[in-house]
Design a protein around this ligand. Structure first.
Ligand code: CP
Ligand code: NVA
Length: 305
């Protein structure tokens, strides 16, 4: 059974296949065609953290493609009423795919271990693979090719940054990161990244201005991710020099895109001037979550039909 827990679960060729499916499905939707690829198929969503984009884009996408979805609430008692293996094996009797948002990555791994249907990671503390695929798809829509693209990340070395670094490594996109001291990628992640993508063009610095030089896209995310709320005050101080503002964007090429996975905290990691500037593609990124996740579903569920 294939799952998408991190981008280590897909090859570069499979990502290109997902992008090809996405382009086709997105173009058809623009022409008013909602091809029923998954009639009668059911998606369960199990979320331990809040979500707008991930939840709604998966549910709307599944509806467009003729399937249905259900958001499982607290009443199913996940992690409380029965063991995870019992829960998972029973849930898989009813549904064709499970999308999960978990506090701890190990939880999605446990479910995938027992699942007899595909499990998709809709964000954990260490990975956000669907976000990263939608983002690379968005860059490709703008640059035409990813071959000479460079993505510059400014801020925390978090779940989104980790998945983007891996997506860039797989697709041959240069990745640079500017993070404050103490907020760099863990050594084990870097080791795994370089093992999976031996040819990755990767640079790490603590200077946002240097990271964004020659960037095709400048990307940031909140300083305090979900689950880190008790570190908020310290992080505000530690990240104070890592705001993406007009001065940082001025160090990037004039046509560099501005990207953010959203939700954004205006005035913290990004100014409103940058978030709302003509080069900002944040809304298109969010829209592409749905298109790319349809591509992911077509790829994953297509293998099971
Ligand atoms: N970017 C993203 O995953 O947004 P949500 O938290 O709203 O799903
Ligand atoms: N890094 C953020 C991403 C939200 C989509 C978080 O985990 O809260």
């Amino acid at each position: 059974m294939r799952h998408l827990l991190t981008l280590n679960d897909v090859t570069a060729e499979e990502i290109q296949r997902i992008f090809a499916l996405t382009r086709d499905i997105k173009a058809k939707l623009a022409d008013g065609i909602r091809e029923p690829l998954f009639p009668g198929r059911v998606m369960a969503l199990l979320f331990e953290k809040p979500s707008l984009r991930t939840r709604v884009s998966f549910q709307a996408g599944m509806a467009h493609l003729g399937g249905s979805s259900m958001m499982l609430g607290d009443d199913v008692g996940f992690g409380k009423r029965e063991r995870i293996d019992d829960f998972t094996r029973v849930l898989c009797e009813f549904v064709d795919v499970i999308v999960m948002r978990c506090k701890q990555h190990e939880t999605v791994e446990q479910v995938a271990k027992f699942a007899t249907c595909s499990v998709i990671n809709g964000l954990t503390d260490t990975a956000h693979p669907c976000q990263a695929l939608a983002d690379l798809f968005t860059i490709q829509e703008h640059t035409g090719s990813l071959k000479s693209a460079k993505l510059a990340w400014v801020g925390d070395s978090n779940n989104v940054a980790a998945s983007l670094a891996l997506a860039c490594g797989l697709l041959g996109v240069e990745f640079s990161i500017a993070a404050p001291k103490g907020y760099e990628f863990p050594a084990e992640f870097l080791e795994s990244l370089h093992k999976t993508c031996p040819e990755i063009k990767f640079t790490a610095t603590s200077d946002p201005h240097s990271a964004v030089q020659n960037a095709s896209a400048v990307y940031t995310d909140v300083w305090t991710s979900m689950g880190q709320e008790n570190e908020k005050l310290k992080r505000e101080q530690d990240f104070a020099d890592f705001q993406v503002n007009e001065q940082v964007m001025a160090s990037a090429p004039a046509d560099a895109l501005f990207m953010h996975c959203l939700p954004a905290h205006r005035g913290e990691e990004v100014t409103s001037q940058v978030l709302d500037c003509p080069n900002s593609v944040v809304v298109q990124q969010a829209g592409n979550r749905m298109h790319v996740q349809k591509g992911i579903l077509a790829w994953l569920l297509g293998m099971q039909s």
